[in-house]
Ligand binder design. Structure first.
Ligand code: NAD
Ligand code: ZN
Ligand code: ZN
Length: 338
């Protein structure tokens, strides 16, 4: 069978690898139908992902149809349409004992630390497989994972319909965060530096949009909140400057969501956090968010078609990466069909 391998930075190949076979009672083999390309895949491709090792079969956003199951598999059966949670955890460490396996001390993400889902068939443990209860577009099964990122931070920040939220950055992650918050009834303000991305955010339901080089962000936030600052701020840009801003723009008793993964120090005022008694809340990957995202897809509360900008056959993966790299402003989620 074929798989997509980043052999080394800037070298992506379609390679022949052995088709997986059932070797444990817990195994599920999935015939992959779709894979989504994430910013972190692009980083693995261009050599800027500090977690990845090479060569690597990439892909952590993937789904398909169950092809075979081990004798102990009870949650899915052959023929089910499924999405795969790419997070592998130990079940033994402190975080796992707190039901927080998404921050397991020895966490491995498929497609980053170990081989991933951009292949014709993939073998995964049953705990990582989540099925759809209704028929669903096979080319969208891969979009569950990016929405679980948005769901996780909404859960971590306890966002409800009472909240007013500023999301900085209208990339795919900022947009899924916005869509989940909107589905809960929250009022959401989006900021970006790219007009096209703000326009998309507006079309997808943003209550307010702020073009940060044209308008004064702090002034607009103060206008929108009677000078109090934002009750909830989420930095989906993830650079030191926006992390600093997120603390400055939050209202007293506010919550700040942190999802950045870069090892770059940021200079922030400790007193701002103390005086406003802010909750600074980190959010990583997802903690059992697959069932609620699948339910939202099935009942129409979340529509993944809204973030998909292009699809390619997996044999054309190079073209897909070229599109994302050459025209990022126009792209939200690019998917591969297998
Ligand atoms: N914690 C997690 O589990 C997790 C998961 C996925 C992604 N991430 C992180 O989320 C971040 C966003 O991911 P993405 O794929 O949406 O990235 P992206 O690069 O597509 O989007 C970032 C957006 O921010 C905008 N931007 C840049 N500077 C800005 C500024 N000063 N103010 C407002 N907007 C600005 C960009 O124009 C772009 O639209 C990344 O840093 C990624 O590492 C975290
Ligand atoms: Zn991703
Ligand atoms: Zn663990």
């Amino acid at each position: 069978m074929k798989a997509i391998k980043v052999v080394k930075p800037f070298q992506i190949e379609i390679v022949d690898v052995p088709k997986p076979t059932i070797t444990s009672d817990n195994d599920v083999i999935i015939k992959i139908t779709s894979g989504g390309i994430c910013g972190s895949d692009v980083q693995i491709y261009n050599g800027t992902n500090s977690l990845a090792t090479y060569p690597r079969v990439i892909g952590h956003e993937f789904g398909g149809i169950v092809e075979a199951v081990g004798d102990g598999v009870t949650n899915v059966k052959i023929g089910d349409k499924v999405a795969v949670d790419p997070v592998l955890s130990c079940g033994q460490c402190y975080a796992c004992s707190q039901n927080r396996s998404n921050v397991c001390s020895t966490l491995k993400a498929m497609g980053v630390h170990v081989d991933g889902g951009f292949a014709e068939y993939v073998k995964v443990p049953q705990e990582n497989v989540y099925k759809f209860s209704k028929d669903f577009d096979s080319s969208l099964l891969c979009t569950v994972e990016p929405y679980t990122i948005g769901m996780q931070i909404n859960n971590r920040l306890r966002i409800t319909g009472e909240d007013q939220v500023l999301v900085m950055g209208c990339g795919p992650i900022g947009i899924t965060i916005m869509q989940v918050a909107k589905s809960r009834g929250a009022k959401v303000v989006m900021s970006d530096i790219l007009p096209k991305r703000l326009q998309t955010a507006k079309e997808l339901g943003a209550d307010e949009t702020i073009l940060v080089w044209k308008e004064d962000l702090e002034e607009r936030i103060n206008q929108l909140t009677n000078g109090e600052g934002m009750p909830v701020v989420i930095d989906a840009v993830c650079i030191p400057a926006t992390f600093k801003q997120s603390i400055e723009l939050a209202s007293p008793a506010g919550r700040v969501g942190v999802i950045g993964l870069k090892n770059i120090p940021a200079e922030i005022s400790v007193a701002d956090i103390t005086k406003k008694e802010l909750d600074l809340i980190g959010s990583r990957l997802n903690n059992k968010c697959f069932p609620s995202v699948i339910e939202s897809f099935e009942n129409g509360t979340l529509d993944p078609r809204t973030i998909k900008t292009a699809e390619f056959n997996f044999m054309d993966v190079q073209k897909a990466f070229d599109l994302i790299i050459s025209d990022p402003e126009k792209v939200l989620k690019v998917t591969l069909n297998f």
